[in-house]
Design a protein around this ligand. Sequence first.
Ligand SMILES: Nc1nc2c(ncn2[C@@H]2O[C@H](COP(=O)(O)OP(=O)(O)OP(=O)(O)O)[C@@H](O)[C@H]2O)c(=O)[nH]1
Ligand SMILES: [Mg+2]
Length: 299
Amino acid sequence: MNATGYKSGFFSIVGCPNVGKSTLLNRLVGQKIAIVTDRAQTTRNRITGILTRRDYQMIFLDTPGMTKPRNKLGSFMQKAAEDASKDVEAILLVIDTLRGVGERDADVMRFLKTQRSPVIVLLNKCDAASAAQMQDAREAVKAAGFDTVLAVSARTGENVDRLETLLTEYLTEGPQYYPEDMVTDQPERVICAELIREKTLELLREEIPHGIGVGIDKMQLRPDGALMDVWATIYCERESHKGIIIGRGGSMLKRIGSEARKDIEWLLDVRVNLQLWIKVKEDWRNRQQMLNELGYKEE
Ligand SMILES: Nc1nc2c(ncn2[C@@H]2O[C@H](COP(=O)(O)OP(=O)(O)OP(=O)(O)O)[C@@H](O)[C@H]2O)c(=O)[nH]1
Ligand SMILES: [Mg+2]
């Protein structure tokens, strides 16, 4: 027994791609720690978010959207999502209420039925969904056998306080696993690489962004402490993609760099000099060594 009565617990956040899992994670911990875009398969790794209150600590595991893997990276992502659902106090299944409950959600729900942890279904994007859409989604998840259902908006924060209150019921007496000022266990360099990837996802069209990986080569604070030099490499799969990422006269790379730099400056709270390089690594998404180097390795 813990004499202090302090409570803690782990929750995984799972669902199809693009339903709002990472937006919810950021909302729950009150800070942007996971990148968010309007594209499927933004998140590639499991991302831990930590919410600390006086009486309890909740640890959230954001996961890649569940789909059928097409390469080694995809298999890694799928496994990261499935593994996160083991040994948690509860699984938060996020549904995109605007899109409705589809085949892929049904696959995810079938998988969750095989898990031991209780499932809480979140009908997300309630800020934008119609009453009919809310009703349809609610009926579909009830028909699939899930009874704990809550409408939320990760974007506006609507009902997220109610979600937190609901989650306290799943906590058990336990330690404060992380220091109270910690919101994620991801190192700063990982978040920096992710921010650069977020900008490539936002600025580049079509299939190219999905073939992109970002690695931070070096981060170094100048002796006077006023400027941080960051060297990063963007990996792509084809020579032709490299040209598109660089853009006419270097314009695209410049945009990616300047938008990423702003976010990195905000994150690190220091002025940043960002140097971006591009390398072609054919089929890197199927090369284990590259996957390891970019941090896509199993724990
Ligand atoms: N209207 C509305 N849009 C939302 C809400 N939550 C997320 N979105 C949008 O949905 C899109 C996907 O959000 P993400 O948080 O990246 O989704 P995800 O589930 O993490 O996606 P993957 O990492 O690709 O699996 C973004 O454009 C978000 O702004 C919400 O509550 N309301
Ligand atoms: Mg995500």
